[in-house]
Ligand binder design. Structure first.
Ligand code: NAG
Ligand code: NAG
Ligand code: NAG
Length: 454
């Protein structure tokens, strides 16, 4: 009996040591490593995830170690990711929220984390998405502030449950609404710009729209006197908290953050391009485009922006801007021309204090994305761009830009969870943002920028 006990103790000791050895030697075979992953993540690998009680399960990963580029934790997280690669994320239908459950949903998902504080500087946000209700909801939760206003555009061809989910979620809020017009977006087509443009227009005209019978989904929405607008897509993630952004944009003082690059893209507009809905692709025609209207000189840039309300009014209502918008409908990637061209042509509009200088204005803080050719991406590549993953986290959180493009929960829910943790922590702690940097950067692009009075 004594010997048996001794033997069991010894066995226990050996197993513990073996486990410890495996655990602390991440270069070992992944088959063994899965043994030492926490029990929860093993469970995840055997069952698909559902949104139960409005909570998504969390992976047991040390995000702080990932942010510090700790190679052992990166390896462990990568194995975990492999383990869960066949797990299906919650279906879009899980995000169809019954109206009577709105409060439960909002509480459980953390939409009340800010209380109801008022702000003298509300923002308007547009989000374009075509898939993954889970990711869009998690992005909305991250960006959500009670004083802001949100316009959501879901692609016409997206899954009906995705549409239903966001129709129901938007009903839970007085400051989140679905765009009044829905487009079937073709990659690099004008429909992409139209969707963005229409959301911005909705945000500017909401006070009229809510009083028309044509838009029953806008009944009860709140009219917000927003100061700046920002546009997102579902796969982007913010790197600045709302209050950090507000502090930056207050210094911008009417200036915009838009990338402006010298136009060298004749092939995108010399001949007319049309959206071919049969093949769902852009098609080049034999017909030449006339020159742009009103002597607009084309400039190019990211489609992302942070723009003042005044500039948004120019972009949406000014007849000259609208004729440029119309001219762009027969070009390729018009969304990379419109905002940049409006920003650049100070002979037509100059209230934003823009200083023409391509050397400065090609640099932008509006968004960070990495070409796979210029950056060793640890995630997947989509349309030549890096979809950031576990090994990129320590790099991306150091970026100064306002947002990062792109993350995909379906590819890597672990990185997304870490980005959320990081963002939430930044919200709770005092910002260490170097405002002088932002000010010095911005004042090279606009003479409106004011560095003091934050
Ligand atoms: C990517 O990694 C390879 C191999 O380590 C290296 O040779 C190359 O310079 C890196 N590229 C970039 C853009 O950092
Ligand atoms: C993280 O570590 C890897 C490997 O040790 C290294 O190649 C990479 O440059 C590091 N990244 C950062 C942002 O320090
Ligand atoms: C943040 O700053 C405020 C005011 O400067 C201070 O009272 C508070 O203790 C700080 N909070 C943290 C978590 O450092």
């Amino acid at each position: 009996m004594y010997l048996l006990r001794k033997f069991i103790l010894l066995l226990f000791f050996v197993v513990c040591n073996l486990l410890f050895y495996l655990y602390s030697n991440p270069k070992l075979n992944s088959k063994y490593l899965t043994l030492v992953l926490d029990k929860k993540s093993i469970e995840f690998s055997s069952q698909n995830i559902r949104l139960t009680s409005y909570s998504v399960p969390k992976y047991d990963v040390n995000c702080n170690a990932l942010f510090k580029n700790n190679s052992e934790e990166i390896l462990r997280a990568k194995y975990m990711l492999q383990e869960i690669s066949n797990v299906k994320r919650p279906p879009d239908s899980d995000y169809i929220i019954e109206e009577s459950k709105c409060e439960n949903f909002k509480k459980a998902r953390g939409y009340y984390r800010h209380g109801t504080y008022a702000s003298d500087f509300p923002l308007a946000i547009t989000i374009l998405a075509h898939e993954s209700a889970e990711q869009l909801e998690r992005l909305l939760r991250t960006l959500y502030q009670p004083q802001n206003i949100y316009c959501i555009h879901i692609d016409k061809k997206s899954d009906p449950n995705f549409h239903k989910a966001f129709e129901s979620i938007s009903k839970c809020f007085d400051n989140v609404f679905i765009a009044t017009k829905t487009f079937d977006i073709i990659y690099t087509g004008h429909s992409r710009l139209e969707a963005d443009f229409n959301c911005l227009k909705d945000l500017l005209t909401l006070d009229n729209l809510i009083n028309t019978v044509k838009h029953p989904n806008l009944i009860g929405k709140k009219v917000v006197d927003w100061k700046y607008a920002l546009n997102y897509v579902g796969t982007e993630f913010p790197t600045k908290t709302n209050s950090e952004l507000v502090n930056i944009l207050k210094m911008y003082n009417g200036a915009n953050e838009i990338q402006v690059i010298e136009n060298k893209f004749l092939h995108r507009y010399e001949y007319k391009w049309v959206e071919d809905y049969r093949r769902h692709k852009m098609k080049k025609t034999e017909e030449k485009n006339p020159p742009p209207p009103h002597g607009y000189i084309l400039a190019k840039g990211f489609c992302s922006y942070a723009i003042s309300r005044k500039f948004a009014e120019y972009a949406v209502f000014d007849p000259r801007a609208l004729s440029l918008m119309d001219w762009l409908k027969n070009t390729k990637s018009s969304n990379e021309f419109y905002w940049s061209t409006l920003e650049y042509n100070t002979q037509i509009y100059s209230d934003h204090g823009f200083i023409q200088n391509f050397k400065q204005t090609k640099n932008t803080l509006v968004r960070y994305s990495a070409w796979s050719k210029a950056y060793n991406c640890t995630g997947k590549i989509r349309n030549g761009m890096c979809v950031f993953s576990i090994g990129d986290l320590s790099h991306v959180i150091k970026r100064r830009e306002f947002l990062i493009n792109k993350f995909m929960i379906d590819n890597d829910p672990i990185s997304y969870q870490c980005m959320e943790e990081w963002f939430d922590k930044n919200e709770r702690t005092n910002s260490t943002l170097d405002l002088d940097f932002y000010c010095n950067f911005a004042r090279k692009k606009s003479n409106l920028v004011k560095c003091k009075n934050i």
